[in-house]
Design a protein around this ligand. Structure first.
Ligand code: DHB
Ligand code: FE
Length: 280
C-alpha cells in the first residue's frame, strides 16, 4: 500500500522563486534564507518521494472571484507554471499523479469532505516556489505532484481544525491506495505576513515560533487557533498557515523533527520551514 513518509512545511514567497530563476541565492540578502534549505535538498534527494501531495493556495491566478473552491484537488496529467504578470516562471511543467489523485478524491469525498476536482489549471508561486526550494533548478521535477489548493484568499477560509481533519482523511486515502509508493505531504504558505494596508510588513516572530512548537507537539492546540487570532497576530495573509495543519493532520500523532528553519525578513514576511517524519 502507499504510505506517507514525511511532511514538509515551507513558506512560498514569490521573491524566492525569482532568486532561484536568476541564480541570486548566494547574495547577502538571500544566503541566510537558502542556507536553511541546504539540509532539505539533500534530505529530499535521499528520500526520493514518488509523489508529493502539495497543499498550497492559488493567489487569484487559476481561480478568481468567479469561482472560489474551498478545497481543490488537481487530478490532471500535467500542470503548467502560471503567468502571474511577468510571464510564467522558467521551471518545468508539473507532472500530476492522476490515478492517486482520483483515488484520494474518491476517498476524501466519501469521508464527507467536499473537494472540487480540477483536471486543468495553471499553478502559481504557491506551488512552484516550494518545489524550487527543495529541488533547485532542474530540467524536470524529480517526482509527481498532486496540487491541493485551499482557499485562503477570499473570506471565508476553512478553519484550521477543518484543515487538520482533512489531513487525516488524506492520510487514510493514501494508505488505502494499492501501490507501493512513497508519498510526502507538503504544506506551504505563511508565516506571519501582511502584504497590504496600514499594517503591511507585520511580522510576529514569537507567535510564529510558538505555532511551530505547537504544530510539532500539540497539533490539536494549533488546530484550535481561529481566524481572528491569525488575522490579529500574524497579519491578513498569516491565514496561509492553516495549510500547514493539513500536512500535520496527515502525519502520526508523534513526529520527529528532522529540520527547522526560521528567518526574517523575506520580502514583507517571515519565512518558516519544517521537515517532520512520522515517528515509528
Ligand atoms: C508574498 C506573496 C505570498 O503569496 C506569500 O505567501 C508571501 C509573500 C509577497 O508578494 O511578497
Ligand atoms: Fe502566499
Amino acid at each position: 500500500m502507499a504510505h506517507i513518509s514525511a511532511g514538509v512545511a515551507t513558506s512560498h514567497v514569490p521573491l524566492l522563486g525569482r532568486a532561484v530563476d536568476t541564480r541570486d541565492t548566494q547574495s547577502e540578502y538571500f544566503k541566510p534564507i537558502f542556507d536553511g534549505y541546504e539540509f532539505s535538498k539533500k534530505w529530499v534527494a535521499e528520500e526520493k518521494p514518488d509523489v508529493v501531495f502539495l497543499v498550497y493556495n492559488d493567489h487569484a491566478t487559476a481561480f478568481s472571484l468567479d469561482l472560489i473552491p474551498t478545497f481543490a484537488i488537481g487530478t490532471g496529467e500535467k500542470f503548467k507554471p502560471a503567468d502571474e504578470g511577468f510571464g510564467p516562471r522558467p521551471v518545468p511543467d508539473v507532472m500530476g499523479s492522476p490515478d492517486l489523485a482520483w483515488h484520494i478524491a474518491q476517498s476524501v469525498i466519501q469521508q464527507d469532505f467536499d473537494l472540487t476536482i480540477v483536471n486543468e489549471m495553471d499553478v502559481d508561486h504557491g506551488l512552484t516556489v516550494p518545489l524550487s526550494m527543495l529541488f533547485g533548478q532542474v530540467e524536470a521535477w524529480p517526482c509527481q505532484v498532486i496540487p491541493f489548493a485551499v482557499n485562503v484568499v477570499q473570506f471565508p477560509p476553512p478553519s484550521g481544525q477543518r484543515c487538520y481533519n482533512i489531513g487525516k482523511a488524506i492520510r487514510r486515502a493514501v494508505e488505502s491506495f494499492d501501490a507501493d509508493i512513497n508519498v510526502q505531504i507538503w504544506g506551504t504558505g505563511g508565516m506571519s505576513h501582511q502584504l497590504q494596508g496600514p499594517r503591511a510588513g507585520l511580522i510576529n516572530q514569537a507567535w510564529d515560533n510558538q505555532f511551530m512548537d505547537d504544530l510539532i507537539t500539540r497539533p490539536e492546540t494549533a488546530a484550535r487557533i481561529d481566524h481572528v487570532e491569525y488575522l490579529r497576530e500574524t497579519g491578513s495573509e498569516g491565514i496561509e498557515m492553516v495549510m500547514w495543519l493539513v500536512m500535520r493532520g496527515a502525519l502520526s500523532e508523534q513526529v520527529n523533527v528532522r529540520h527547522r528553519h526560521y528567518h526574517v525578513p523575506c520580502s514583507n514576511t517571515a519565512i518558516g520551514h519544517l521537515i517532520l517524519e512520522n515517528s515509528a
